[in-house]
Design a protein around this ligand. Sequence first.
Ligand code: HEC
Length: 468
Amino acid sequence: MKPILKWAAIVAASLAGLLVLAMVRTEAPEFAGTPPLDLGVRHEKGRHLAQVVCGQCHGTNLSGDPKAPVHPTPDLLIVAGYDPGAFRTLMRTGKAPGGREVEVMLKIARGSLSNFTDDEIDAIYDYLGARCKAFAANQNAPSGADPPPPPAQPPRPQRATSAAVGGVKPDSGERQRVIDGAIANLKQYYIDPDVAQKMADVLLAHEKSGDDEAVTDGEAFAALLTRQLRDASHDLHLEVVYSRDPLPDRPPGPTPEGFARYRAALEQQNCTLEKVEVLPHNIGYLKLNSFPDPSVCESRAKAAMASLNDAAAIVFDLRDNRGGYPSMVMLIAAYLFDYPEYMYNPRENTTARSWTRSPVPGNRLADKPVYVLTSTRTFSAAEHFSYDLKMLKRATLVGETTGGATDVGTFHRMDDHFGIGIRETKAINPYSEPDWAVTGVEPDVKVKASGALETAVKLAERKLREQG
Ligand code: HEC
């Protein structure tokens, strides 16, 4: 996946994006410019997904980039002409109504959108449809009415060089600036100065031997530098990122309004606890679609765990879990041990918070068999949960290899279009590196995600029979 799309996907991963932003302290390049029209909590998910994915080419406020030199894009008001079926077809196949092939959209369909569920595509459609209506209402509104705020035009990149997809070929001056910037940042922030020096030497050696000259666009250059850094350091958490839109000087940071929206969305969605139930044979089942902020969801999460306290085994369904707060990972994991257990987390220095607060008074789950369902869409904090329980042999993972998302670094801007993510934490990984960055967590029992629940239930039933 392209780096920006991957970061975008990770951000999109969380319920409202805000959790990841708050936690990772990462600047999200896709937030540059004016955001799309805000249509309230109901459309927040669709708005967010549209912003991070479609906004890359259709402009941050989705009003299109008709003057783009390579691939001009229309305002997404064009979606007014699509019914839900036609929209899905475009998103899945790149075919517009009448069978017209939209070349670039075909790439999107095969690329970033292939990770999205039908529900997520529908959420984007619903948001874009509501946006069309809001604009229409605004135009037809009699004066004196209170129309929705018109979207401000984002400042268009002034540089004639901005291209639609991978950007233009960086010239030698830009390459030099990016390499110097990477070296300066690594020397200042990288945890191991010797490794930082080694990476600096490697970058300069590649530059000197002309290896960087062949790249055809900004994105390819970022990918090449990322590879060079990772080869030299074996640190998969390092990443050079290219952004088509100019990067803001300073990260926008989470806002109080953003947090209020996040809280409202969580409350509306029962803290993303999609299902909490007891299946036949007394198997507890908890489908959790994020690890939400405990400051909002602590009591609901505790109530859910308490309601499963008498289960003979427990299945955590993380197949649609796109991440969240490490503190919620720790809160839930605490129920699975009767002594404090160390949970490695690459995002946080090893501190007292790295041990679960076990035992939990009155809890009876500490010795019950645990199954964790995973998919390729299991991300970030959900991988933290899965990885540690697997390494501790406390759970059996059933499903697919997870997404490999650990963008744990702090993002540093190096020039208008390039930044670098560098991990600054000193977390101790008792299982030695690499962790799940890029590669994902392998399940113990590999089955298609769609069949993971059935398989896990069978395994649990067999185990319970054996236990008598
Ligand atoms: C990598 C750039 C890129 C991304 C990302 C992207 N688009 Fe596009 N899109 C284009 C381009 C370029 C066109 C114009 C294509 C043409 O007319 O040949 C287009 C055209 C469209 C059209 C009009 C198709 C038609 O002719 O009827 C729609 C609708 C659309 N995009 C929706 C979306 C949505 C929704 C998203 C986000 C889920 C999105 N696009 C993401 C580049 C992109």
